[in-house]
Design a binder for this molecule. Structure first.
Ligand code: UDP
Length: 341
């Protein structure tokens, strides 16, 4: 099987690479290394089943050729991460929308009729009100709410909604096997906290005994899925006939407040880090719209694939803490050698 992954040097992408190489598949990655990192794919560079091209999906001249040989395509290349989205609101719209359309057009022209998974996001659900202290899991049929106004935070959601619309339209108009997946918060090995992602930030802060930075009062909730589960769910979706033309949530449904997450990470890391609350405005600028809660309904994913997550959040955090501590020891040894030299 030939697999093409756009954005394959990113966090989810590089975990998908590992998964497919372990299955004996051939994997081709295209990534412009803007948020993706070479270190993420370094372990695969000498694998004969792995091929990497540095390129941007919008302009890369090899795209049609790469698409024409693929059985499964994961389109993950996008501008991502809250910090980056707020800094580059135009790129978010332009790159995310046009890149997806170019990819789907190439897939339509391919004689292999690849199965295509297009990355969307739980951000499309927007910020939903909590009614009588209750909130319900977000299911795929809900009407979507995007706060009107000039807040460029929503550009990412808008770009992902456009991607979904392209995915569904190509599936319908050209009878293609395209599935849009709404990712909920994913965490695990290989994720960087540089663009805002909370779990690697808290783990690094706790391991280094630095203050753990909780934005706002920490009552906002998220549901975290281990990336090693995510990649299995994605391939399961690509492998079933019934996912063609569908929009499907991919995530975990165990929900936690961000303050509880900070306390959990601190406890598991056996850390002395204080917890510091920071105002949203100081972190993101004026008028930032925080999403109060987020938990996926997973019935559709389960119906289509029978998929169930294997890793609990505690397992993932323990694994990340162990990796971070091991990395710290290596860094310590290197600086010791340097200072002796
Ligand atoms: N967050 C936090 N401290 C950090 C980074 C993030 O409290 O150092 C919060 C953030 O405000 C949000 C949650 O953690 O409520 C998840 O943030 P992330 O950027 O990982 O994902 P998203 O906001 O897209 O769900």
């Amino acid at each position: 099987m030939h697999v093409l992954i756009t954005g394959g040097a990113g966090f989810i992408g590089s975990n998908l690479v590992r998964y497919h190489l372990n299955q004996g598949h051939k994997v081709h990655v295209v990534d412009d290394l803007s948020t993706g990192r070479k270190e993420n794919i370094q372990p695969f560079l000498h694998d004969p089943n792995f091929h990497f091209d540095k390129g941007d999906v919008l302009t890369w001249s090899g795209l049609e050729r790469a698409v024409s040989g693929a059985d499964v395509i994961y389109h993950l290349a996008a501008v991502v991460g809250v910090f980056k989205v707020l800094k580059q609101p135009i790129e978010v719209l332009a790159i995310n929308i046009a890149g997806c359309e170019r990819l789907l057009r190439a897939a339509r022209n391919s004689h292999w009729r690849p199965r295509v998974i297009v990355a969307s996001s739980s951000e499309v659900y927007g910020n939903r009100p909590i009614v009588d202290g209750r909130h319900l899991p977000l299911h795929e049929e809900l009407e979507l709410l995007i706060t009107p106004g000039i807040n460029t935070r929503w550009n990412y959601s808008i770009s992902k909604l456009a991607n979904e619309a392209f995915a569904i339209s190509y599936a319908k108009e050209h009878d293609m096997h395209v599935t849009a997946v709404r990712f909920f918060n994913v965490c695990g090995p290989g994720q960087t906290g540089r663009y805002g992602m909370v779990v690697p930030r808290f783990v690094s802060q706790a391991v280094n005994n630095e203050p753990i930075t909780v934005f706002g009062d920490g009552s906002q909730t998220r549901s975290f899925m281990d990336v090693r589960d995510t990649v299995k769910a994605l391939f399961a979706l690509a492998s079933t006939e019934d996912s063609a033309g569908e929009i499907v949530n991919v995530g975990s449904d165990s929900e936690i407040t961000i303050l509880d997450l900070a306390e959990l990470v601190r406890k598991l890391a056996d850390s002395e880090s204080p917890i510091h609350h920071l105002d949203y405005e100081d972190v993101y600028g004026e008028g930032f719209d925080e999403i109060a809660y987020r938990r996926p309904a997973l019935q559709k994913l389960q119906r289509l694939t029978g998929f169930k997550s294997r890793y609990a959040l505690v397992d993932t955090i323990n694994h990340l803490i162990a990796l971070s501590k091991a990395e710290k020891e290596v860094d310590g040894d290197v600086s010791l050698v340097r200072s002796r030299a």
